[in-house]
Ligand binder design. Structure first.
Ligand SMILES: *Cc1c(COP(=O)(O)O)cnc(C)c1O
Length: 387
């Protein structure tokens, strides 16, 4: 089996599983309890929080543990919006290519009376800093721009956007779920006020994530209950998952340079090989993209059919976002970079991890080329007949 769907989720590493097992077997107590064994759980939680904060150049009390990237995005946006409304500011700027955790939260805010402005991206999937700067108004309470896109891998100019927002006094959130553990993050240098991450995108467990909220940023609670997370998110902390996330983020960040080098070499080999297929178009920026992301549209085929056939050959891939894989509407990201409905529906995303090899890449190239040819053969009359 060749797994090339690491943008959907990643496999946990042995060190991560080890960290979680240790916690589940020995320090499974409620970290809020007063007796000594529970205090060891509280100590493990403090330690994990400090290590995660260190990877982002944040302070431990700026880290709020959540159930994942989606919850972190929801809380970030709702918090900034509520603080904005209290100051009479109800204008929010974002982009057309955000994850649905952001887009659907923005739709909810729009229904509540906020004015949401979604910026276009260029044909490589990158937002314009100048356009963003012009869009900021007196009543703008939030700019939310993802660090790197989950479908086409394009990396946004986060540091420049952070600087502009800082100069204009606007809260800046970035959905860094695809970036954390893969690209450098420094919330201070990059002037980031709010940042979402999710462990299962960097070889940690599913169902755990974090929201970095710069000290002083007011937080709205999504979950009412006890006063865990300094009253910002109720519920007994998932200590094993949090320890797994800390191990995963440390591991990813300490090997980032070599992982990037290995993965981008494999990525470039995949891109070069797939470019040889007639009428294949790369989606996203050729260079300014996540080290593991490859996304192509193959004219005249359906991405879904290709993904199902690849599965029969033991290759796990995706048409784009796993969250929309069940719906037949074309990807909003591919439409935003100017692809037609047909080309958007013909996309294949291959997302690598450091566990992939050159042999995997060459096998995928062989199988994809053959399947694309076969699928097009079947549709000769429909696709090529009127050319
Ligand atoms: C996966 C993903 C999310 C959602 O994270 P979950 O932990 O699965 O809720 C949000 N944003 C982006 C960019 C993602 O890739």
């Amino acid at each position: 089996m060749i797994y090339m769907d690491n943008a959907a989720t990643t496999k946990m590493t042995p060190a991560v599983i080890q960290a979680m097992l240790l916690c589940m077997e020995d320090i499974w107590y409620n970290p809020s309890s007063l007796y000594a064994p529970a205090q060891r759980a509280a100590e493990a939680l403090r330690d994990a929080r400090a290590r995660i904060a260190a990877c982002l150049n944040a302070s431990p009390d700026e880290i709020i543990f959540t159930s994942g990237g989606s919850e972190a995005d929801n809380q970030a946006l709702l918090s900034a919006a509520q603080a904005g409304a209290q100051a009479g500011k109800r204008h929010i700027i974002s982009t057309a290519i955000e994850h649905h955790a952001v887009l659907h939260t923005l739709e909810k805010l729009e229904r509540e009376g906020y004015k949401v402005e979604l910026l276009d991206v260029n044909s490589n999937g990158v937002v314009s800093v100048a356009q963003l700067e012009r869009a900021i108004r007196e009543d703008t309470c939030l700019v939310t721009v993802m660090y790197a896109n989950n479908e086409i891998g394009s990396i946004q100019p986060i540091s420049e956007i952070g600087t502009i927002c800082w100069e204009k006094g606007v809260t800046f959130h970035t959905d860094a779920v695809q970036a954390a553990g893969h690209l450098p993050v420094d919330v201070k240098v990059q002037n980031i006020d709010l940042l979402s991450l999710s462990a299962h995108k960097f070889h940690g467990p599913k169902g755990i994530g974090a929201l970095y909220a710069r000290s002083g940023i007011p937080m709205t609670r999504l979950i009412e209950g006890g006063d865990q997370e300094q009253g910002r998110r109720a519920g007994t902390e998932n200590v094993p998952a949090i320890m797994g996330m800390a191990a995963a983020l440390e591991e990813a960040c300490s090997h980032m340079a070599e992982n990037t080098q290995k993965m981008s070499a494999l990525r470039n080999r995949l891109i070069a090989g797939l470019s040889q297929i007639p009428d294949a178009v790369l989606n996203g920026d050729p260079e300014n993209r996540l080290p593991g992301n490859v996304n192509f549209s193959f004219e005249g085929i359906e991405g879904e059919s290709l993904v199902l056939l690849l599965d029969q050959h033991g290759i796990c891939a995706s048409t784009g976002s796993a969250c929309t894989a069940q719906s037949l509407s074309p990807s909003h990201v591919l439409l935003a970079i100017g692809r037609s409905d047909e080309m958007a529906a013909s996309a294949l995303r291959l997302s690598l991890s450091v566990d992939n090899t050159q042999t995997d890449v060459d096998e995928v190239l062989r199988v994809v080329s053959r399947l694309v040819k076969e699928l097009r053969g079947k549709r000769t009359v429909k696709v090529w007949g009127n050319k």
